[in-house]
Design a protein around this ligand. Structure first.
Ligand SMILES: Nc1nc2c(ncn2[C@@H]2O[C@H](COP(=O)(O)OP(=O)(O)OP(=O)(O)O)[C@@H](O)[C@H]2O)c(=O)[nH]1
Ligand SMILES: [Mg+2]
Length: 218
């Protein structure tokens, strides 16, 4: 069997938005990342793109305050065949930190809820759950709201490097129980790059339209 090798290449920052009219104009599929403040959304984007400092990371929660768009291309190499799928990675502000107004029972800023509901090209939403703390009420509330909206979800269990093997197995099972989705949770460590290849496969498959060997930019 030929080896499938997927990489996220040519990543670059494109735009920040808090309103619909600030969303970038290029009609590309989007994959967004949501989760509690400090769960590791921005770090995961950097790890997937293999670029430190692409998305700003901080030890203090509440670092990402706007919807941040990054352009990238998912490149699949299989034997001597190479296929590219351009997309936007969308880094969202975390919930559970800032006091915010609006609906969604103050879970997150209104503009985050608007983005999720008003983005027709949102192909996949990665919901990040800290693997050390499966089933927190705030994550369950977010999950329930997302299920109601009906967005396609991939659960990612973050900071897996902080658990030993048996804790990891146990907590992954708990995450799958609390947050059922079409695909099971993917355990991830941005620090150690664990789970990266599996998640890249998932992102690649989530984007329907293949674009073969072109140099699409923005
Ligand atoms: N050990 C470990 N630490 C991580 C990992 N991912 C992120 N961190 C750390 O967790 C902290 C928060 O990471 P961010 O990527 O800024 O988290 P975020 O979810 O984007 O946070 P907000 O933007 O505030 O919502 C930083 O100190 C990171 O270095 C991981 O896989 N392992
Ligand atoms: Mg962030």
């Amino acid at each position: 069997m030929t080896q499938r090798d997927i990489a996220l290449i040519n990543a670059k920052y494109v735009a920040s938005a808090v309103r619909e009219d600030q969303y970038p104009e290029a009609k590309l599929p989007e994959i967004a990342f949501i989760g509690r403040s400090n769960v590791g959304k921005s770090s995961l984007i950097n790890s997937l793109c293999n670029q430190r400092g692409l998305a700003k990371v901080s030890g203090a929660p509440g670092k990402t305050r706007t919807i941040n768009y990054f352009f990238g291309e998912l490149r699949l190499r299989e034997g001597d065949k190479s296929t590219r799928r351009p997309l936007y990675l969308v880094d969202l502000p975390g919930y559970g930190f800032a006091k915010t107004g609006g609906k969604n029972r103050d879970l997150w800023s209104r503009f985050v809820g608007d983005y999720i509901q008003k983005s027709p090209r949102l192909a996949l939403l990665c919901l990040l759950i800290d693997l050390r703390h499966p089933g927190l009420p705030i994550d369950r509330e977010a999950y329930a709201w997302l299920c109601e909206v009906g967005v396609s979800l991939q659960i990612v269990g973050t900071k897996s490097d902080k658990l030993n093997q048996s804790e990891k197995q146990r907590n992954m099972a708990a995450v799958d129980k609390f947050f059922p989705a079409v695909y099971p949770v993917i355990a991830s460590s941005s620090l150690k790059q664990n789970g990266r290849a599996k998640l890249l496969e998932r992102l690649y498959d989530a984007i329907a339209e293949p674009v073969v060997d072109t140099e699409i930019g923005v």
